[in-house]
Design a protein around this ligand. Structure first.
Ligand code: ASP
Length: 228
């Protein structure tokens, strides 16, 4: 589901596409038409605050993704992204995943990020495990990154190792760019083991399980300095 406007919860529409149509992705006007047919309400979602932020941005028109900037200890920088990726496994071993975002702030009209693309922002294979991503989506698309993490787990890597190797792949392919942009992976295998890795510090993830563990954890990262 991409470029869907005026619907509050695109992730619920995406689930309907999966469950009720022969397709895997609808975009733009067709996606909205389908959502309305399915009973979702069209709403104006632009808030006065968001409109003001956009008008302020028009003064510079500078596209500069800021991901985990505040947690990276860069107080002058405000985060301008919002992806949430979720991975789940039930007691019978059935896995599920979801990834939702409104993408990078100030992106070009028509830009699609990694989050809706199977294998980029999310990949789930019940035989092996699941992975999801956050960060500058172009890097995930270039590397089929969530698919890569799952395939690395298939080859025997733990979720943490698979995430780390996928991050190293991003660094090897684009060493210069990787110093400034953020990329983060979260993975879980069929045994319920969890791992995460990021390019830069600041990526956090939460674990919730039947033992009532409810923890917010810092992901390890390649770069730990606040300067990059
Ligand atoms: N991955 C998202 C995108 O590129 C941004 C984010 O992680 O917040 O659209």
């Amino acid at each position: 589901m991409a470029a869907l406007t005026d619907i509050l919860h695109p992730i619920s529409v995406a689930r309907r596409v999966m469950e009720k149509t022969p397709h895997v992705m609808l975009v733009g006007e067709g996606a909205q038409q389908f959502a309305v047919q399915q009973g979702f309400e069209r709403q104006k979602l632009l808030t006065p605050e968001a409109e003001k932020a956009w008008r302020d941005w028009l003064k510079t028109e500078n596209y500069a993704p800021q991901i985990n900037a505040e947690r990276r200890g860069r107080p002058g920088d405000k985060d301008n992204h919002d992806t949430i990726g979720m991975l789940a496994i039930d007691e019978s071993g059935q896995m599920a995943g979801a990834c939702t975002t409104s993408g990078m702030a100030w992106k070009m009209h028509g830009r699609v990020g990694d989050s809706p693309i199977i294998g980029a922002g999310l990949y789930v294979d019940n035989d092996v495990g699941a992975a999801t991503a956050s960060g500058v989506g172009e890097e995930m698309i270039r590397n089929a990154a969530s698919f890569l993490v799952v395939e690395l787990m298939r080859q025997g890597h733990s979720p943490a190792e698979a995430c780390q190797e996928a991050i190293q792949r991003v660094v090897r392919k684009r060493p210069e760019a990787s110093r400034t942009l953020q990329v983060c992976f979260l993975a879980m295998n069929r045994s319920g083991e969890i791992g995460a890795y990021a390019l830069h510090r600041g990526f956090v993830y939460a674990i919730c399980d039947s033992k009532k563990q409810d923890a917010l954890l810092d992901s390890p990262s390649v770069y730990t300095s606040t300067q990059v």
